[in-house]
Design a protein around this ligand. Structure first.
Ligand code: DQA
Length: 140
């Protein structure tokens, strides 16, 4: 089973970025834990700070992969084009946010990703990715 994790802008700084909100762990470290938790899954990890590159990757994987776990980060709240890309592909997308976007600033309550995704997880820390992967696996 092929599952892609796609992270948007500034998530390359996890572990040193606003650690009170996002924690101390770099995503690469967490990715190793995720692989150990799901040894049968063929994972692909992609991170970009560039909107168009994220869209290219969603399009590239979206007719082949069994699931995409997407944290579009700040673009969640601004990018109609990322929402359109999710709507265009066949692969189901699960939206994940590390923090509880609904308990923060009002602008984080708008998501262009949620309505195009099969479901959303927010506020459960990095474990949100694990729950998303588990759901995609159970779905098959
Ligand atoms: C985030 C929440 C977004 O509002 C923010 O812009 C991020 C990270 C999260 O995982 O909690 O960069 O997507």
């Amino acid at each position: 089973m092929k599952i892609a994790i796609i992270n948007g802008p500034n998530l390359n700084l996890l572990g040193k970025r606003e650690t009170d909100i996002y924690g101390n762990k770099p995503f690469e470290t967490y990715m190793e834990e995720l692989k150990a938790l799901f040894p049968t899954v063929d994972f692909h990890y992609y991170q970009s700070n560039v909107e168009g590159e994220l869209i290219n990757e969603i399009q590239r994987l979206g007719y082949d992969y069994d699931g995409i776990v997407l944290n579009a980060a700040g673009y969640t709240h601004t990018s109609v084009a990322i929402g359109d890309a999710i709507a265009a592909i066949k692969t189901p997308v699960v939206e994940v946010h590390i923090s509880n976007v609904h308990s923060r600033e009002d602008f984080r309550k708008l998501s262009h990703v949620s309505g195009k995704s099969v479901g959303s997880i927010f506020g459960l820390g990095l474990r949100g990715y694990e729950f998303a992967v588990r759901w995609l696996m159970d779905r098959k």
